[in-house]
Design a protein around this ligand. Structure first.
Ligand code: CUA
Length: 260
């Protein structure tokens, strides 16, 4: 019921795509694929057209009217460089527009939504602190409750993350939600994602951080708003949501810690 309404204040009629990260990145992907396909079709068609036009057939290719290039001579093309100029111009326009457009979209991703102002929360946002450690993730909610290993969020909200680490460099990322940011000890990085569709996703560490790096995962569960509210209200009573790490230690976690 909340989906799609969160970012409407930013307007939706502009050239630069707006919405959740997933939507923006899929739009960038689609535009690049569409333009790439278009350019490919034009180039290949023109190539085939010329291959056909200048085919060696009944000896016609030897006739002067075809202006075959001669070794050692620069072909004139007969158009005073018009074709060359045209293709350069079109290429430049396409490439420059793509650069500007993509830059605008990424600027929106980095600054436009939550990243610039992670706090305070509004009715449409929720800020969650993410703490990486060797080897797992802890999530601290606005109510002060901390959960280890599972991030639960409501589907309709824009989720703002404040990410840090308590030991070495990590990197928190959820590929399906197109969100990824550094987790650095002593620093807080902010990022955001959503509104996301209800479902289960996986977060993973993306910075080689030790022997247990590849096991440094967390579940990301996007819940329906009412379901989430119910869970959130009962959080304090849930004894399994404490900050104890002992229950999640992985065999690999017993290996040498590189940095104290
Ligand atoms: Cu933490 Cu890799």
């Amino acid at each position: 019921m909340y989906g799609g309404t969160v970012l409407q204040a930013g307007g939706s009629g502009g050239i630069v795509p707006e919405g959740s990260r997933a939507e923006i990145f899929s739009q960038i992907f689609e535009v690049f694929v569409a333009l790439g396909a278009l350019v490919g079709v034009v180039v290949l068609s023109y190539m085939l057209y010329n291959a056909y036009k200048y085919r060696d057939h009944d000896g016609r290719a030897d006739e002067d009217e075809y202006e075959r290039p001669v070794l050692g001579e620069i072909p004139t093309g007969g158009g005073h460089g018009r074709k060359l100029l045209l293709s350069f111009t079109i290429s430049a326009v396409i490439v420059v527009s793509l650069v500007l457009w993509t830059y605008g979209a990424l600027l929106y991703v980095e600054q436009g939504a939550a990243a610039a102002q992670p706090e305070p929360d509004t009715a449409e946002t929720m800020t969650i602190e993410v703490t990486g450690y060797q080897y797992g993730w802890k999530f601290t909610y606005p109510n002060g409750e901390r959960v280890d290993g599972t991030l639960r969020v409501p589907e309709g909200k824009e989720i703002r993350l404040k990410v840090t680490s308590e030991d070495v460099f990590h990197n928190f990322g959820v590929p399906a939600l197109r969100v990824k940011t550094d987790a650095v000890p002593g620093q807080t990085t902010t990022t955001w994602f959503g509104p996301a569709e209800a479902g289960e996703y996986q977060a993973q560490c993306y910075e080689l951080c030790g022997a247990g790096h590849s096991f440094m995962v967390a579940d990301v569960i996007v819940m329906e708003q009412s379901e989430f509210d119910q869970w959130y209200e009962n959080m304090g009573n849930n004894t399994t949501s404490g900050g104890s790490n002992s229950s999640v230690s992985h065999p690999a976690a017993t290996e040498v810690r590189v940095v104290a």
